[in-house]
Design a protein. Sequence first.
Length: 93
Amino acid sequence: CCCRQQQQQQQQQQQQQPPPPIAATMTESDRYLFDLNGYLVVRNVLTPSEISACHAAIDAHLSSAVPRSDPTLRNAVRGSPMYGAGPPRIDLG
């Protein structure tokens, strides 16, 4: 029907639109999270195939990963909400 064709056309148009532009500057929150975690999450920067290649590279080197067992490397104060109770971060080198 006409409604279904219109919906399909709208979905195709939405899929073809480029992602919104990425901010060129870091916010105070971005700086804080980077200082805390050592990385930022920036959406829509990599394509799915680039992400797959990254996963494959990590998987290939996972056997040489070293856990951050030294408490001074946890990037948070023991007992604070940011310290966490889970396993330490793993460094690939």
